[in-house]
Design a protein around this ligand. Structure first.
Ligand code: ADP
Ligand code: ZN
Ligand code: MG
Length: 329
């Protein structure tokens, strides 16, 4: 039997604001541990979060650039789970009422252009960072990153190969960087990707059981992890086995994915609307104001360079790979 992969990506992008999403603490990377903290982002009892307007604006920029429908009203929800890097015991995220939905982007593949759907974009706060000591049985926690604003961009399961996943990832990455809303640094974790992949018999409609892959910190690793995982699932299925729904970590040195834990279902998080935050209302005037400020996006720029300057598509791609180089040209 021949199988075909079904892939959907979840991307977390750290937004370029000066302050965190619900308090005034700095978001600057690399400060001494636990110096960019206050009672709000430390999750002290009795404190109240206040939404940073800039976060909403940057989310809208990305939503417009990816052809999403922006909902007039959205709200924040608590995603409950216990982890040492999450001092409140829940993460403030968005769930039932996301701000942006039903978008798409185009990627260029050998066979031409392909449209990949975007299910939703929502805002949330980042968690802190744990550092595990190799020699001592202790873990250290740095809460500077706690409360740094993120947007999560969830794709439809429209992606059909590891190569296509990498192309989609590059498209979103360059869009975020062009829009000046994320520095795109994968090493520092400003741009992170979880990849969901399953196999199904070629030509069938229903989805198979998926694995969620984490811990890939470069485009190349996302592609390699998916290639490995597709082969692994194929091997399991061909042997008459079943793929289990789980989270797997990419091990770069081993060149393999390894089981980390069974995958939580949404209901395990006991989402509910955060009573500390009022609904966010986004009016058309604000959307239009933001739309006017959008720069020319890389794909449009590429096509314009080919048309107006009569250069090859390849050259246009090289020149527009960075906005600074394109502007100089
Ligand atoms: P979560 O991972 O939090 O449970 P979702 O259910 O929204 O979130 O799914 C996350 C991603 O997984 C989406 O990008 C979606 O397209 C993709 N996905 C869902 N089901 C499958 C599947 N059977 N195979 C591959 N990808 C899938
Ligand atoms: Zn703070
Ligand atoms: Mg997921």
């Amino acid at each position: 039997m021949e199988f075909e992969p079904v892939i959907g990506l979840e991307i977390h992008a750290q937004l370029l604001t000066d302050a965190k999403i619900f308090c005034g603490c700095s978001t600057k990377f690399g400060a001494a541990p636990n110096t960019h903290t206050c009672p709000v982002c430390l999750g002290m009892p009795g404190v109240l979060p206040v939404l940073n307007r800039k976060v909403v604006e940057l989310m809208i920029r990305m939503a417009l650039a990816t052809n999403c429908r922006i909902n007039p009203e959205c709200n924040f929800a608590r995603k409950n789970y216990f982890y040492p890097d999450l001092p409140k015991g829940y993460q403030i995220s968005q769930y039932a009422h996301p701000p942006a939905e039903h978008g798409w982007v185009e990627v260029e593949m050998d066979g031409g252009k392909k449209r990949i759907g975007i299910t939703r974009i929502h805002m949330e706060e980042d968690a802190g960072k744990l550092m595990h000591d190799e020699r001592n049985p202790v873990s250290l926690v740095d809460l500077n990153r706690t409360g740094v604003p993120l947007i999560e961009i969830v794709s439809e399961p429209d992606i059909q190969s590891a190569e296509e996943a990498a192309a989609y990832l590059r498209r979103l990455h360059e869009t975020l960087v062009y829009l000046d809303i994320c520095d795109g640094n994968m090493e520092e974790g400003s741009f992170r990707c979880d990849a969901n992949v399953s196999l199904r018999p070629k030509g069938t409609e229903d989805f198979g059981t998926r694995a969620e892959l984490k811990n890939m910190n470069s485009f190349r690793n996302v592609q390699r992890a998916l290639e490995y995982e597709i082969k692994r699932q194929q091997y399991v299925l061909e042997g008459g086995g079943k793929v289990v729904q789980e989270t797997r970590l990419w091990d770069d040195t081993a060149g393999a994915t390894q089981s980390m834990r069974g995958k939580e279902e949404a209901h395990d998080y006991r989402y509910f609307p955060d009573p500390d935050l009022v609904p966010v209302v986004i009016d058309d005037a604000w959307i239009e104001e933001i739309r006017k400020g959008l720069p020319e996006l890389p794909l449009e720029k590429r096509e314009r360079f080919v048309r107006d300057y009569r250069i090859s598509a390849y050259d246009a791609g090289v020149i527009t790979a960075s906005r600074a180089l394109a502007d100089y040209y």
